[in-house]
Design a binder for this molecule. Structure first.
Ligand SMILES: [Fe+2]
Length: 314
């Protein structure tokens, strides 16, 4: 059965035993409540998607991803995939229609069409940045004021799993993701990490929507969100630190994807990444195969702590 083409990551779904605590963390992180029921929390960014993060009440675990498709026809096609549910009306805030799939790790994948679009939220003013080569702020000043960062949107997610080859193949064949950068160790056939983007033809998309890293256990490593700019990332770093949350890695600039990054653990140890200034690619941008030595280096910033690999939420 031919796969579909997902347009973008819609949300990650977590389970947490305390929705107040989860909402406090996500608010400090820069999201805004979109809806809350007795058993679930829906958070948004400043972009017009109804929500980009779902938490259901329950023992802490990862519950899967949602992906948007661009048309009803694509959703129809999704309903004909192996193991797919019928097309269902979404029974969660934001509505729309969905098809449920299960990925090779057993996590639920919602393919969504027609989630409600809401008004974009006002973004705090950001003064243009003066660089050595470009002077854009002539006669002006930077006055950020006392505020916390604003998350714009969800970007990608990262998995750890011993079954990386199977997972990578499924996301490519079933959801139409394409290889941006694969990383090998020793032999070129020994892929230990894979960055995959959505295939939207000529349209430019994030360098990766799903990162899969070969590991000795299976789980979600991180959910990743774009903040407005470098100042927001730094505001977030200091604000989250002052609130006493656990810092996991950063600030640095990744090699692959080029994003400036900062990773924070939520109260149950699920990593949430803030990033800014990432690469955008389209179908013509092609694919690369790199060695671990070439591919896993940050351009600046401290290396990942060994415990980073321990963040794999089942
Ligand atoms: Fe990331």
């Amino acid at each position: 059965m031919a796969g579909i083409k997902v347009a973008e990551l819609a949300y990650g779904r977590l389970f947490s035993p305390d929705l107040d605590k989860q909402e406090k963390f996500l608010t400090d992180f820069g999201m805004v409540r979109a809806a809350r029921t007795a058993t679930a929390l829906y958070m948004r960014g400043t972009d017009p998607q109804h929500h980009i993060h779902v938490t259901e009440l329950g023992e802490p675990r990862f519950g899967g991803f949602g992906f948007h498709v661009a048309s009803e026809a694509e959703l129809e096609k999704a309903s004909r995939l192996d193991g797919a549910s019928k097309i269902e009306t979404v029974d969660e805030p934001g509505g729309g229609k969905r098809v449920r799939l299960t990925d090779p790790l057993g996590y639920r994948i919602d393919v969504i069409h027609g989630m409600e679009k809401v008004a974009a939220l006002p973004v705090a003013p950001h003064a243009p940045m003066n660089t050595g080569a470009e002077r854009k702020r002539m006669g002006g000043s930077v006055r950020l004021g006392k505020r916390i960062p604003q998350v714009k949107r969800i970007g990608h997610a990262g998995y750890y799993t011993p079954k990386s080859a199977e997972v990578i193949a499924w996301y490519r064949e079933t959801l139409g993701l394409i290889q941006s950068d694969d990383i090998y160790r020793d032999e070129k056939s020994n892929i230990v990490a894979s960055f995959n983007r959505c295939d939207q033809g000529d349209a430019f998309v994030d360098h990766h929507a799903i990162l899969v890293v070969q590991g000795d256990k299976t789980g979600l490593n991180h959910l990743s969100f774009e903040v407005q700019d470098f100042d927001d990332l730094m505001l977030g770093h200091h604000h989250l630190g002052a609130q006493g949350y656990k810092h996991a890695w950063g600030i640095g600039r990744h090699g692959l994807g080029s994003n400036v990054f900062d990773y924070w653990a939520d109260p149950w140890g699920r990593l949430h990444e803030q990033w800014t200034d990432a690469d955008l690619m389209n179908r013509a941008s092609g694919s690369n195969l790199l060695s671990v030595e070439e591919g896993f280096q940050s351009q600046w910033g401290s290396p990942a702590a060994a415990e980073f690999r321990g963040y794999a939420t089942p």
